[in-house]
Design a protein around this ligand. Structure first.
Ligand SMILES: Nc1ncnc2c1ncn2[C@@H]1O[C@H](COP(=O)(O)OP(=O)(O)OP(=O)(O)O)[C@@H](O)[C@H]1O
Ligand SMILES: [Mg+2]
Length: 361
């Protein structure tokens, strides 16, 4: 599937599976989605990551034709969701944030009802058996939906999304409210889905997207603030900063004095090390200067043995907070941008697997 996506990208004239262009949604005075554009290729698992109120559900509701946009358009397999809703929706299975199930129906009744709506006629019995098996509810067809736990209702919701074998499955917070065991199980189900479908899911849980997604779109206040693989986002943000975590044998004051002679090294923080007689440092270079050699020279000249030196990589959580926290945008994180970009108000985008930033913003 990944090869398929790469192949599509390299073939001019082949449409993206999903194209979202200049999407805007305004509620009264409030702009929930602010002119966002992105494309998704066949076979990708993409995560929408963003804090509460970021606009994830609104974007998904527009993409699936649940609500209308104020501006912009969405194409699924080249078919416009507004101009040809039936044809476009045939390619989409949607699991909204609350599973759209009917409590008074038994699982089999409900899935037959959904199959009616989706006009699944040929091979219906097998199709229902297949989706029930895929979400691990086979053998439960006679259970009343209202008596199921939240996690199992969620599975029934996912089974209905899969019916009709749509190309794209869109899930809004698929693991919210599930216990840890069910979360792990659901992630497995989602990963399996991606073998046959393009999958889009939303979450404000960072581990979630990094555990299952190939690519992450970070949304904040209705805008896409970054896109990339979890790894490329981390790499890109740490590269510019050249932050190094260092543990040195020696006293803090003397080390500080020694560092003063090496202007290329900027000290960020210093604390007594976990090991006795050591000091832990967080150091960075100016702009994107590599300071590893300077650290070595400084410490060896002053006879401070280096016990540890490694790049201080940002976790996805730190990246998320950096990108979504307005204060961070104006402060330290701006300096962490590659190429000295002006700040995180700039909108990064993915170009051939690397994260880049629009410098004119
Ligand atoms: N029907 C509506 N009327 C008015 N404002 C709305 C409506 N639906 C959403 N909003 C607003 O649009 C913004 C985006 O909401 P949305 O539900 O898309 O966020 P979200 O990213 O899904 O958040 P969450 O993580 O809490 O689910 C919010 O400020 C929300 O209050
Ligand atoms: Mg939501």
């Amino acid at each position: 599937m990944v090869y398929c996506a790469r192949f599509l990208r390299k073939c001019p004239g082949v449409v993206n599976l999903i194209e979202v262009r200049n999407l805007t949604k305004v509620y009264g005075q409030h702009t929930a989605i602010d002119n966002i554009s992105f494309t998704i290729d066949d076979g990708e698992i993409v995560g929408f990551l963003g804090p509460n109120g970021a606009g994830k559900t609104t974007t998904m509701n527009i993409m699936t034709g649940f609500i209308a946009a104020t501006g912009g358009d969405v194409k699924i397999s080249g078919v416009d969701i507004v101009a040809e809703p039936e044809r476009a929706k045939a390619n989409i299975g949607y699991l909204p944030d609350t599973p759209p199930v009917y409590g008074d129906m038994r699982i089999s009744e409900y899935l037959n009802f959904v199959a009616d709506i989706k006009k699944v006629r040929k091979g219906r019995k097998e199709a229902i058996e297949h989706v029930m098996k895929a979400v691990h509810i086979d053998g439960m067809s006679k259970r009343l939906i209202k008596n199921l736990s939240r996690g199992y209702k969620q599975r029934v919701g996912l089974a209905q999304a899969m019916l009709g074998d749509p190309k794209v499955i869109i899930m809004d917070e698929p693991t919210i409210g599930l216990d840890p065991k069910q979360i792990i199980d659901m992630r497995e189900v989602i990963k399996n889905l991606s073998k046959k479908h393009t999958v889009i899911l939303s979450s404000h849980i960072l581990q979630e997207v990094s555990a299952v997604c190939d690519r992450v779109l970070i949304i904040n206040r209705g805008k896409i603030v970054a896109t990339g693989t979890p790894d490329s986002l981390s790499e890109s943000l740490t590269k510019g900063a050249a932050q190094m975590q260092v543990r040195v044998k020696g006293q803090r004051e003397q080390i500080q004095k020694a560092l003063g002679e090496f202007s290329v090294i900027k000290d960020i923080s210093m604390a007594a090390g976990l090991e006795q007689g050591t000091t832990d440092l967080l150091l960075r270079g100016e702009d994107s200067t590599d300071i590893r050699e300077a650290i070595f020279r400084c410490m060896s000249k002053n006879n401070f043995p280096i016990l540890l030196m490694k790049p201080n990589e940002l976790t996805l959580e730190e990246i998320f907070l950096s990108l979504t926290d307005a204060a961070a945008q104006r402060g330290s994180v701006a300096g962490a941008l590659p190429g000295g970009a002006a700040g995180l108000g700039a909108e990064p985008h993915l170009d051939e697997g690397r994260v880049s930033y629009d410098s004119d913003l």
